[in-house]
Structures are given as structure tokens and as C-alpha cells.
Design a protein around this ligand. Sequence first.
Ligand SMILES: [Zn+2]
Length: 256
Amino acid sequence: MTRYLQKPSPNFDARTRPIDLVVLHYTGMQDAEIALARLTDPSPVAGHYPGPWQSDDVDASAPLSRVSAHYVVDEAGQIYSLVPEEHRAWHAGASSWEGDGDVNARSIGIEIVNGGHDFGLPDFADAQIDSVIQLLKDIFGRWPELSPKRVVAHSDIAPERKADPGEKFPWKKLADAGVSIWPEHVAVQLDNDDPVSAVQQQLSFIGYGVKQTGYMDEITKASLIAFQRRFRPSDMSGGVDDETRYLLIALGRMVK
Ligand SMILES: [Zn+2]
């Protein structure tokens, strides 16, 4: 049995939907202590938490929104339990998956301590990833509706706002451990008539909040970058290249 340290957060309310997703985040803050303080603070203000809101034009006493997650996993692999899984934690913000906007209502949120893009995008420690894998196995054991294909990145559900857990997050290692999915190359003939529409259809089928407009709009571009950030981080240009199209088809076959 995995040991969780209890670090209760007052920032939650009642779920309105059954659980069917897990959302992975990085904390994007200086260290675990500051992240835990922020995620359990019922009245956070800008001056207490280092971040972009500390720039000169932001008042240090400006209230920040209340946030939380069900779990925090620190660099050493310690798992903190903040909000019971039965309740709705506040981690996803404005987001969408499979055409559904209230992701908090139906998800379990895991915050992985990592400075992220604002703090040099450090590597994730092995011990930390091992704990994330163990935590996901525990969660799947408690909720039969959940499985490796129900684990998403914050950047998947809010691609225009969020980049976490970031392109250094080892999704392949999670897939190898049986707690996420990874697309293998598929042998299909690509139809080059209208590649943008094809890509939009595949992104939407997987769950991204993309509409079929037939042209490269902002949400399509952002979703393509989110997809590449997770499955092809060596090139996150948001381009409609053949490899991305193959990976989209492969992933589409795995998720539904
Ligand atoms: Zn996040």
C-alpha cells in the first residue's frame, strides 16, 4: 500500500459527475513547499507566491484564485493527499475534453512538483515518476472506469492556455509501465486531399476541443502543439507533417 501524507486543502466542492479522467500537471512553482502552500491556501494573494503576477504592475496584495489538486507528488517521490477523490478539486480551470467543459467535475488532478517553463524546465526525477506510476495504479484500482487511456495532460484539455506537464514529461515511460498510452507507427495510406480537415477530425475524435473548419485556426494549431508536446516532443511546431498524421491515426485507434 502506497503511503500518502495527508495535507488537507479547503479548496474543493461537491462533484457533479462520475469520475472518468485523470489530469496530470506540473506545479510550475519554485519548490514543493510553495506549491503546497498555494494549493491549500483559502485566500491566496499575489505577493506570497513567486510567479508572473509578481511583475511590477501587479499589486502584491491582489487576490489569486483558489486552486487545489487531489494529489501532489514531490521530487523525492513523496505523495501528498490534499483533496479526497470523492470531491471536486480545482485544478483544470477553463478546459475541454470530448466536448465537455467541466473537467474538474469528472477528473482526478495530480500536481507533479516541477518548476516548469517559468523555472528552467528541469528534468523529472526517476523517484518522482515511479511514485506517479504507483499513484496511477492505485487510482485505477479504486475506480474501474479509469484506465491508461483516460490519463491526459493539462495541456491536452487547455491547449491555448497551458503547457504542463511539459515536453520533458516521460509519457513513454508511463505507457511502458501500463498507466498511459503511446501511439505506435501504423501502416496506412494518408489521404492528401484535405489534410487539415483530416487532422481536425482526428484531434476531435481523440478528445481535443477542435472544430472541423477546414483551415488552420488557433485552437487547431494549439491542439496540434499539445499533441506533439506529448507524443513527438522533438518537433512541436504545430505543423501538419506526415509523422504527426500517422501518430494521430495510431492514437485514435487506441483511445476509443
Ligand atoms: Zn496544470
